[in-house]
Design a protein around this ligand. Structure first.
Ligand SMILES: Cc1cc2nc3c(=O)[nH]c(=O)nc-3n(C[C@H](O)[C@H](O)[C@H](O)COP(=O)(O)OP(=O)(O)OC[C@H]3O[C@@H](n4cnc5c(N)ncnc54)[C@H](O)[C@@H]3O)c2cc1C
Length: 206
């Protein structure tokens, strides 16, 4: 059996995210960043993924706003230093995105600063792209009873192979890849799984 059930990006749950999906909303900077060359974008998140996505976009875009819900970043110290020293990244501390607007695509985001406090304030920020970087959920729930997964739920494979801890069960693509999650890496690992499965079956017949 080859498991290739992928990983699902997490969204904030705003109606506007669905409306503008592929029209300014993305959950993959490396995939869609190119479309925002020299434009202004926002990245939502405060962890390592958000820091990496913001740094990547900073190399392409005019301005990158990092929208952080709290007043601290969860990202590693090294990533924080990188973010703070990138001149075209601006961190918007204690901001939450509540809506998006635009005619034929995203033209801006409505933010609330210090939500739920007496200083609460609504802000209209003009942007061309809205990137979610609040994590992915590997679609491994139904296999967790049988297979080893990491703390985030990604199926563990023996390094350099697609083999799981159960002989004859192989995993490929995003469901076993917390790092890259790209079509080309998924396809490559799919090829590895096909070869591993074929060899496994051949060995059974010996
Ligand atoms: C908006 C966006 C843009 C992207 N653009 C690019 C790009 O430009 N270049 C690039 O390289 N990568 C891109 N990616 C990433 C790329 O799409 C993924 O890395 C790739 O699709 C992963 O392949 P996969 O086969 O592992 O999983 P998926 O393509 O997610 O396929 C998993 C399949 O398993 C099915 N499934 C899930 N659970 C079950 C179940 N319990 N039972 C049966 N079936 C199940 C799902 O319905 C789905 O059909 C993008 C991703 C997103 C979200």
């Amino acid at each position: 059996m080859i498991i290739a059930t992928g990983a699902t990006a997490k969204y904030l749950g705003l109606e506007a995210e669905k409306k503008y999906m592929g029209m300014g909303v993305s959950a993959c900077a490396t995939c869609d960043g190119f479309f925002y060359k020299q434009k202004d974008v926002a990245v939502v998140g405060g962890g390592d993924t958000a820091a990496e996505e913001a740094t990547y976009l900073a190399g392409l875009c005019n301005k990158v706003y990092l929208i952080v819900r709290r007043n601290v970043l969860r990202a590693s110290k090294a990533m924080q230093v990188k973010i703070m020293s990138t001149p075209n990244i601006e961190i918007l501390w204690e901001h939450q995105a509540v809506d998006l607007y635009g005619e034929n695509g995203v033209e801006g985001v409505i933010l609330v600063r210090k939500k739920g406090t007496p200083e609460e304030e609504k802000i209209n920020l003009k942007i061309d792209g809205f990137f979610l970087a609040i994590g992915h959920t590997p679609n491994s729930e139904i296999f967790k009873k049988y297979l080893e997964t990491d703390t985030a739920g990604y199926i563990k494979t023996i390094p350099g192979t697609s083999k799981t801890n159960v002989p004859g069960i192989f995993a490929a693509g995003d469901v076993q890849d917390p790092q890259y999650r790209q079509a080309v890496t998924a396809a490559g690992s799919g090829c590895m799984a096909a070869i591993d499965a074929e060899r496994y079956l051949s060995d059974l017949q010996k």
